[in-house]
Write a protein that binds this ligand. Structure first.
Ligand SMILES: *[C@@H]1O[C@H](CO)[C@@H](O)[C@H](O)[C@H]1NC(C)=O
Ligand SMILES: *[C@@H]1O[C@H](CO)[C@@H](O)[C@H](O)[C@H]1NC(C)=O
Ligand SMILES: *[C@@H]1O[C@H](CO)[C@@H](O)[C@H](O)[C@H]1NC(C)=O
Ligand SMILES: *[C@@H]1O[C@H](CO)[C@@H](O)[C@H](O)[C@H]1NC(C)=O
Length: 234
């Protein structure tokens, strides 16, 4: 029994790590930068560095103080297929969880995937409604099997009273690293992004794990769009 779990865990672990971080060193942007502190800029969340989760080594994005809304995004520069996202939040290298003020700032965040810089044009791949300071993980892994060009982090402190444990001093981006794991080339899937999506998938897009088409080009049907429609039944 133990061996089986170990095996399963190991297998999952390998699977989860096989996709590539397609956000690494891509253009990033944030609303309300910390004024004058360009070394806490949006690009720090995609610089590949997260060994120091404090303000001191310039590895983290930090937004300006006392804003009601925080927003950050990375531009993958084309529509890519994603599998999951990993966020490393600021801790100041102190214990995480209940004692950390930063866990209270992380609470309530959302991640959107969009094809424009506007999050409202996209889909919500995660919205925190249930975490508490004690339960929110760091780093946090979010499943996000979607196609899109922009990954957008959003948080707000617009409507007091805030839920228990939420920060009351504003909304912040304090993202030390934001990793988007997926396939670097459109039209591929599988743990190594080495398999071509079936040829009749619309726009060549397929599910990143199993290669089923999201939609078929005209005249085809079935999960991999390899069955021809007989004219009327399309
Ligand atoms: C982005 O556009 C592609 C088509 O190019 C579409 O398949 C995908 O669903 C879109 N993503 C979002 C989040 O709207
Ligand atoms: C949050 O909790 C509610 C009620 O307990 C549950 O229905 C929902 O699935 C949870 N959402 C997440 C994202 O865990
Ligand atoms: C965030 O904004 C939404 C409406 O857009 C609101 O319902 C929610 O209460 C706000 N959250 C906080 C913590 O202010
Ligand atoms: C991915 O690569 C690993 C190691 O080279 C290999 O064992 C595995 O079969 C590959 N998977 C696919 C779906 O190509």
């Amino acid at each position: 029994m133990h061996l089986l779990w170990l095996h399963l865990f190991f297998h999952l672990f390998i699977l989860i790590n096989a996709y590539e971080n397609i956000a690494l060193r891509k253009p990033a942007w944030q609303r309300f930068p910390y004024s004058g502190r360009h070394w806490w800029g949006a690009d720090r969340a995609v610089d590949g560095r997260y060994s120091d989760l404090s303000q001191y080594d310039n590895q983290c994005t930090i937004s300006g103080n006392y804003h009601q809304v925080a927003e950050w995004r990375v531009d993958l520069q084309e529509v890519l297929s994603m599998h999951h996202i990993v966020i490393y939040y600021r801790t100041d290298n102190e214990p995480w969880g209940n004692p950390s003020k930063y866990s209270g700032r992380f609470l309530g965040f959302s991640v959107y995937i969009s094809n424009t810089t506007n999050k409202e044009d996209g889909i919500t791949c995660f919205k925190d409604r249930n975490f508490t300071r004690a339960t929110i993980e760091n780093p946090l892994t979010i499943s996000c099997p979607n196609h899109g060009r922009y990954a957008i982090y959003y948080n707000n402190r617009t409507q007091p009273p805030f839920p228990s444990g939420y920060s009351t001093d504003g909304a912040y981006n304090e993202i030390c690293e934001f990793e988007v794991y997926g396939c670097p080339t459109p039209g591929y899937y599988g743990e190594n992004c080495s398999l071509s999506c079936p040829q009749n998938c619309q726009e060549g897009h397929c599910h990143i794990e199993d290669g089923t088409c999201l939609r078929c080009t005209y005249g085809y049907k079935g999960p991999t769009c390899n069955e021809q429609c007989n004219g009327k039944s399309y």
